[in-house]
Design a protein around this ligand. Structure first.
Ligand SMILES: Cc1cc2nc3c(=O)[nH]c(=O)nc-3n(C[C@H](O)[C@H](O)[C@H](O)COP(=O)(O)OP(=O)(O)OC[C@H]3O[C@@H](n4cnc5c(N)ncnc54)[C@H](O)[C@@H]3O)c2cc1C
Length: 422
């Protein structure tokens, strides 16, 4: 059963306060990562002044507020990768944090279902990875075991991950903001940073409300992270290419078809593809997301084009190399994005009772995926450094799950790079 609902207080009025003219540590971006980093730094450095500069009028309005809401357990990721380590640690810490802060969450478990024999090798590899990564409670089930856990699902074998769960990441981000505010941080919204000027002893951040001289900066700008990194002097590689992820939802009378989370066996090279059936913490059942390359980093509406984003994507050699390599799954994704019936049919492979008339359109999110010049989708979390600054360059799923662990990792790197003593 879900944990009892408890109210996370909204961030206080300080969120709207004016930006400081100077501060020791500035975080650019008020999504879950920027706020987790602000929380971590204010705890470690109570005598330093910390500010968060967020472009939008609210916090957590981009990826953090438009996602599947799944606390991933760490099954998929290559052993030894940052994703594997920070996801397993981050999920454990996130459960403890939500319990302590009264944030509604549920370890509802997930089934990764194989429907054909040809998928069994990949399922085995996932099991191996999950065990190597230290995912708790992971076990193999057969067809009967699948229907015991999910009475309407069908498959020949599955992996059950009981430690996978659900939460509202925007609520988690607001709680991090509260913690940072209480520890003395200043959080300023409506304050988009548009230029970065390294000086001898400070970094000058020019923004929508003037300028702030900062000792050091940490950039956690999601889909816009490459632009700010380049503005601060970093190489252009990798570039962010936005992928729109649209969801359908099951109509209320058919929600009983899905108890928890039902996922396909992914292609290890494109782990985010495939139709996922996900129960949301509010009770809704979502189907999706799709993964369609788009021409705006805020393409919440299909067909939205931002000239600068379109030019950045189309002029990047990696885009054409990626399309040449992955055109076949791209055609499938296009079909799912274009046809609700085709998307519902793909989900019915796992839940045969599901029909096109059971679904309605829901919302869409936009993934900030880093794409290398050679056409490689950057798989692991990636960070880089410039003069007096650190940049989060690739933080796709499971970065929300991993947020507390990523914040620790970033704070450790910042202390080392900036010579900050705890
Ligand atoms: C469709 C979808 C499904 C997902 N599902 C899951 C899931 O189930 N589980 C999971 O763990 N992860 C999931 N993720 C990934 C997760 O949502 C992200 O990894 C996470 O939210 C990244 O947080 P962030 O703070 O880096 O980015 P964001 O939340 O995008 O925040 C970046 C912030 O930076 C601000 N910003 C940008 N430019 C500037 C500027 N110039 N000046 C000031 N501010 C700026 C933006 O306005 C924004 O608020 C999903 C993502 C998507 C899109």
């Amino acid at each position: 059963m879900p944990e009892p609902a408890a109210k996370v207080p909204e961030p206080a009025a300080e969120v709207f306060s004016a930006p400081p003219s100077r501060c020791d540590l500035a975080i650019v971006g008020g999504g879950i990562l920027g706020l987790a980093v602000a929380r971590e730094l204010t705890r470690r450095h109570p005598h330093s002044s910390v500010c968060v500069l967020e472009r939008e009028v609210d916090l957590a309005t981009h990826q953090t507020g438009h996602n599947s809401g799944v606390i991933h357990a760490g099954v998929y990721y290559a052993p030894g990768s940052l994703k594997a380590r920070l996801c397993v640690e981050g999920a454990r810490e996130l459960y403890a944090y939500c319990a302590a802060r009264g944030i509604r969450h549920e370890a509802c478990g997930k089934l990764i279902v194989a429907t054909e024999r040809s998928e069994l090798g990949r399922l085995e590899e996932l099991e191996r990875r999950g065990h190597a990564n230290g995912v708790p409670g992971l076990r193999r089930v057969d067809g009967a075991g699948i229907t015991e856990l999910e009475p309407h699902a069908r498959g020949i074998a599955a992996l059950h991950s009981p430690a996978t769960g659900i939460v509202d990441f925007a609520a988690v981000a607001r709680a991090y903001a509260q913690d940072a505010l209480q520890a003395g941080a200043r959080i300023v919204t409506g304050c988009g940073v548009h230029a970065v000027h390294p000086g001898a002893r400070t970094l000058r951040l020019e923004h929508a409300r003037g300028a702030t001289e900062v000792g050091h900066a940490l950039f956690c700008a999601g889909a816009w992270s490459d632009r700010l990194a380049v503005a601060a002097g970093a190489p252009a590689d990798p570039r962010i290419v936005p992928f729109r992820g649209a969801y359908l939802r099951l109509v209320d009378e058919r929600r009983h078809l899905v108890r928890a989370l039902i996922y396909p066996v992914p292609d290890p090279a494109l782990p985010f593809l495939g139709v996922h059936l996900t129960r949301h913490i509010g009770g809704e059942v979502l189907i999706g997301p799709t993964a369609l390359p788009v021409l705006a980093r805020d393409a919440y509406a299909l067909g939205r084009v931002q000239r600068a984003d379109a030019l950045d994507t189309l002029r990047w050699p990696g885009t054409w190399r990626m399309l040449a390599r992955w055109w076949r799954p791209g055609v499938d994704e296009l079909r799912h994005a274009a046809s609700r019936a085709a998307f519902a049919r793909a989900a019915a492979r796992y839940v045969p009772a599901l029909r096109a008339e059971d679904v309605r359109p829901a919302f869409a999110g936009v993934r900030a995926q880093a794409l290398a010049r050679d056409g490689r989708l950057v798989d692991d979390f990636a960070f880089s450094a410039t003069e007096r600054a650190l940049h989060v360059r690739n933080a796709p799923s499971p970065a929300a799950t991993s947020s507390l662990a990523i914040a620790r990792y970033v704070a450790d790197r910042a202390e080392e790079a900036f010579g900050l003593s705890p």
